[in-house]
Structures are given as C-alpha cells and as structure tokens.
Design a protein around this ligand. Structure first.
Ligand code: ADP
Length: 167
C-alpha cells in the first residue's frame, strides 16, 4: 500500500472513494461533511436518508462506515464514517482507529483501489491533531486490505505538518 499526504480539499480528489467524517445522523453537518454534500449535490443525502431508514434507525455508530455513491464529485463513492468525539476522561482511540479500518473494509467490498481520508474527528469533534495523525497512520498501516492507494487530504498546513512528521 502506498500512503500519500496532500494539503487540500477532499471533494476535489480523483480517487475511487473519499471518506466523510459524518455525524451519526447521516443527515449532513458542518466541516468536511458539509463540503461533501454541497459539492456532491442532493443525491448523496437522499441515499443517506434511505440508509438511515433501512439500516440505521438509531444512527450510524461511531467507528463504523457505510458507502453511498458520490453524486457530482469526481470520486465514485463516499464512505461515511462517524468519528468519536474527543474525551479527556475516556480513551476513545480504538474507535478512531476503527473508522479507518472499517472504511478500508467498505472500500475493499466496493472494489475501490484508491481512497482519500480527511483527518477524522479533528474538527468539530475536537481531537488533537498530532494524536489523531498517529492513530490514523497506525491504523491504515496495520490494516489488512487490498486498497493500494491511501491518500490523507489535510485541509490546512498544521494538519499536513502533523501527518508529515508522523509518516
Ligand atoms: P469531525 O466532526 O470528525 O471533527 P470536521 O469536518 O469538523 O469533522 O473536521 C475534520 C477535519 O476535516 C478537520 O481537520 C477539518 O479541518 C477538515 N476539513 C474540513 N473541510 C475539509 C475539506 N473540504 N477537505 C478536507 N478536510 C476538510
């Protein structure tokens, strides 16, 4: 597997699948989730609604992942995963690692060879960037997957530098 880092906007990535740091409602939100739905168009939200109704009445649990098509985005699929909210009283690292592993498993089921990830949980969910970078890179490196190309798309310089120093 090749791991690459880019600074930029995940909605612009030409890969088979991009990963969305969704919230458990799957009904859209701010941050990267908002950007994906804005750029991808209403088709993605429509599929999310159906998934919610059919399979996730209580919402998608943290650490799990599910795919939709990607509407108008250059990618073919969006894999929605729910990161854990960062906590200082409880170690939720396993759940964060699980977002990456579960997303790669879904990608493999789709036959996706290339996958782009944002830095899950590091925005609204408050995870410190250095720690999130360590967990993300360890999880992806250890994953037993047929996905060949993993790209981390870091939105700003600070995020890019954190991932770069960990890689
Ligand atoms: P979470 O709720 O999991 O914290 P956020 O969307 O708030 O999710 O933030 C996750 C990370 O995604 C943050 O580092 C944020 O800067 C970054 N981000 C926001 N928009 C984009 C985008 N268009 N492409 C890539 N990363 C983005």
């Amino acid at each position: 597997m090749e791991i690459t880092l880019v600074q930029g906007d995940i909605t612009e990535q030409r890969v088979d699948a991009i990963v969305n740091a969704a919230n458990s409602s799957l009904m859209g939100g701010g941050g990267v989730d908002g950007a994906i739905h804005r750029r991808g168009g209403p088709e993605i939200l429509e599929e999310c609604r159906k998934l919610r109704a059919a399979r996730y009445g209580k919402g998608l649990p943290a650490g799990q992942a599910v795919a939709t098509t990607a509407g108008r985005l250059p990618a073919r699929w969006v894999i929605h995963t729910v990161g854990p909210v960062h906590s200082t009283s409880e170690d939720r690292s396993e759940l964060l690692a699980s977002c990456y592993v579960a997303s790669l498993r879904v990608a493999e089921e789709l036959g996706a060879g290339s996958v782009a990830f944002p830095a899950i949980s590091t925005g609204i969910y408050g995870w410190p960037m250095d720690d999130a970078a360590r967990i993300a890179l360890d999880a992806v490196r250890r994953a037993d997957t047929s996905v060949e190309d993993v790209r981390f798309v870091l939105f700003d310089r600070t995020a890019y530098t954190a991932f770069e120093s960990r890689l």
